[in-house]
Design a protein around this ligand. Sequence first.
Ligand code: HEM
Length: 371
Amino acid sequence: MFRAVGSVLKRNKESIYGIARGSTSSSHRAFTCNVTSSTTVNSASSSPLAGNSFNGLRSLLKNELLIFECFVFGSVNKGMNLEDFKFIYWMEYAHRMWGRGLGIMFALPFSYFLRKGYITLRLGVQLSGLFALGAGQGFIGWWMVKSGLEEPPSEYSQPRVSPYRLAAHLTSAFAIYCGLFWTALSVVMPEPPAESLAWVRGAAKVKKLALPVSFIVGITAISGAFVAGNDAGRAFNTFPKMGDTWIPDGIFEMKPLIRNFFENTATVQLDHRLLATTTLLAIGTMWWFTRKLDIHPAVKALIGSTVGMTAVQVTLGVSTLLSYVPVSLGSAHQAGALTLLTLMLLLNHTLRRPSPSLLKSLPPVVKSNFS
Ligand code: HEM
């Protein structure tokens, strides 16, 4: 999706901006699109909302066609045909509308439940914060797409959105999702499952490992955003080696050094591989050290699920790489990262310390069903 947005970038961006604005503005404007140095298209565009609706629609479609022409002529998108353009256009349009729709889907029930008095002050503050983050996500999306309209350094370089902004957009999306999921869990499960003091003590031991492991999963996911943002999955399509070597040449060729970790294709991919391997080892270690602890069966099941999901995620990552990043596998790998994060959230939520009143009522050990 982000790559699709990134490829909708134009050399003659001023002309496109002009036409794009003309297609939605209520004022009558004349725009000029310099399609090639010898061809100039003039459009005295009136708003699609002005006049009768048929003329409005015709004017809108004419403008979209002009945008397409501006994209294709004399640009790196030369190979793009009208069908490709329509696909990207609708993907982008649907994504924006979906984002705005989500805002409404959140705000309407929120205001209703607030008026009815169902929402506590604490929950209200949390939900308002999440709503603000959602609005911020729209802003980050706009900021990211804008970076893709910058002039590419050469006529052969692929226009692309900034990897930093793409990573910010993905990280923020994951953060909002985590916030919503945690808040929802806390509403439906105010207390963790705790049936004995022994299980509470066991949970405290698991928590010491679960927190740092969750942090590693989060960092691995963010590093994945840099792989996607730099299109680094389309280089070194071999595993476990990167080409013929374990560590490719030139991983520190950019100056200053720090840039390599965010912009150098080889370094970004190597980082992601190393972090993914660390995630796999960390989750395996967590399972190993907790397997004999006296803990709640739900905690045991969650730890087992994270091990399984990490194995699936690594397999998806390697398959994505070896098959040169098809959209289907890339999306499955992204969804896999979110699933793994979800499991880590569930685990951490289940490991919370019970309230003092619940603690007081717990027996030292779980009463057996057979006693
Ligand atoms: C626990 C392990 C892993 C996690 C949590 C993870 C997470 C992610 C995330 C969040 C992305 C960004 C997806 C996007 O925005 O499209 C990504 C991209 C990617 N990851 Fe992983 N990853 C893991 C393991 C691996 C492994 C082992 C490989 C292969 C060696 C790999 C290869 C890739 C590639 C090639 C991309 C770029 C996909 C694209 O361009 O759309 N990942 N990863």
